[in-house]
Design a protein around this ligand. Structure first.
Ligand SMILES: [Cu+2]
Length: 451
């Protein structure tokens, strides 16, 4: 019988892991946990006659909403009932590298048929999420192609929200397969047959029931492995109050929401257009395979109505920012991303500053200093860049300066540059990577390291 015990401690954050690789589970030396996550196979009928087989948390997709208190030390028991090692990542949380659930940072795996107790202090408050950080490579049953995702709501001590109803929506594509695309991309991508925004495909689950005059807070997550999410609700506007869970300096009403992979939007909708509506993807091909949910006003019946926003309506982060001048950073990192030529098999490989993972120079930082990362995307696709264990302030998008928008993931549109600043305030290795699964698996990543 093999047994391994870990006890790692860093900055007051401890992590216990006990695993038993061959015999019955042993649970000695762990303290009672606040939350339990069980990773196990799940069969779920997302639409009538359309059942998918996946791996999920606690038998549901999405997994349960975990409500944690900001600043309160929290323990999570993770049981892995599958036969492969797993990692649970706390996206947008300033935790230790040990607890972060990223192989590249040295976080331990939850062993197959094993258990691990993870401890951290949730911060900052806001709409975060938890998801697997395992690599999938060409196995589309693993990683972000699986059902291992859920909301993590870190509740602040004071509640600023003024709303009548709270709704969690997480966009996902399902039933993936690998395809090769021709010009101009000339790359390998993933195609899907089914979508969900609530817990079922559009029109297969319960509608969201509202009353005229209600203010509904939508917490929206793009939990997809690879695809951008564009959402509209005909006849209504979204008052965006937070991006990636962080309040924006200029809450603004918009007709269209765009979320790159892993991004979150908190938005309030005033229900003042009675009817039965589709809140759904503006891409017909996604909405037609289930990306949406029905919004039903009290006493209203009939077919859900859909109308696409005008083509001229576009998503622009900077409308939520200010014109304030941002502080000059103490250091700057230019990061250029390039796809390597097609090798004839999936997937394409990626380079960062002409270097190939794991031989990518780390971004070396000193504690307490402010650094600017300039993401240069010379490709024909947009890429969602995510920094682990830190938040950043967006300072320019496509050459347009902005300030005050705090995020952990940002879309870098094709042929453009996005700049973000972060304070080096959480020692330890931190991964910065494209959140599209097949890109991070095949080299689109680098590490921030502290001197
Ligand atoms: Cu990418």
């Amino acid at each position: 019988m093999q047994r391994r015990d870990f006890l790692l401690a860093a900055g007051g954050v401890a992590l216990n892991a006990i695993s038993d690789l061959s015999g019955p589970m042993r649970l000695s030396a762990t303290t009672k946990a606040d939350f339990t996550i069980r990773i196990a196979p799940l069969s779920v009928e997302l639409a009538a006659g359309k059942t998918i087989q996946t791996i999920a948390y606690n038998g549901t997709v999405p997994g349960p909403v975990l409500r944690m208190k900001e600043g309160k030390p929290t323990r999570v028991d993770v049981f892995n009932d599958t036969d492969v090692p797993e990692l649970v990542h706390w996206h947008g949380q300033q935790v230790s590298a040990e607890a972060d659930g990223a192989e590249e940072e040295g976080s331990p795996f939850v062993p197959p048929k094993g258990h691990m107790q993870i401890s951290f202090t949730p911060r900052p408050a806001g709409t975060r999420w938890y998801h697997t950080h395992a690599m999938a490579m060409t196995d589309l049953t693993r990683g972000a192609y699986s059902g291992q995702y859920g909301f993590l709501l870190v509740e602040p001590n004071s509640h600023p929200g003024n709303y009548d109803q709270e709704v969690f929506l997480a966009g996902r594509h399902w039933d993936p397969s690998i395809v090769h695309r021709g010009a101009p991309n000339n790359d390998w991508t993933v195609s899907y047959n089914l979508c969900s925004l609530a817990d079922r495909a559009l029109a297969n689950g319960e509608p969201i029931r509202v009353r005229q005059g209600q203010r509904v807070l939508f917490r929206i997550l793009n939990a997809d492995a690879t695809r951008q999410l564009n959402l509209a609700l005909p006849g209504h506007k979204f008052q965006v109050i937070a991006l990636d869970g962080n309040p924006v300096p200029r809450p603004t009403a918009v007709e269209l929401l765009t979320l790159a992979v892993a991004e979150r939007v908190d938005a309030i909708v005033e229900m003042n257009e009675p009817g039965v509506w589709v809140l759904g993807s503006t891409r017909d091909e996604d909405r037609n395979i289930g990306m949406g949910v029905v919004i039903e006003y009290a006493d209203r019946k009939g077919e859900p109505q859909w109308k696409s926003p005008d083509k001229s309506v576009v998503w622009d982060y900077t409308v939520f920012g200010t014109d304030a001048k941002t502080r000059e950073p103490d250091g700057r990192f230019d990061m250029k991303f390039m796809m390597m030529s097609d090798e004839g098999k999936p997937f394409n490989r990626w380079m960062v500053n002409d270097q190939m993972w794991p031989n990518v120079d780390p971004l070396m930082v000193k504690k307490g200093k402010r650094y600017r990362m300039a993401f240069h995307n010379g490709m024909e696709d947009s890429h969602p860049l995510h920094l682990h264990r830190h938040s950043f302030e967006v300072t320019s998008v496509g050459g347009k300066p902005t300030a005050g928008i705090i995020k952990d993931t940002i879309n870098v549109p094709k042929s453009s540059t996005v700049e973000v600043d972060f304070i080096a305030d959480n020692a330890g290795p931190s991964l910065v990577h494209c959140h599209m699964q097949q890109h991070m698996d095949f080299g689109f990543k680098a590490l921030v390291k502290y001197h």
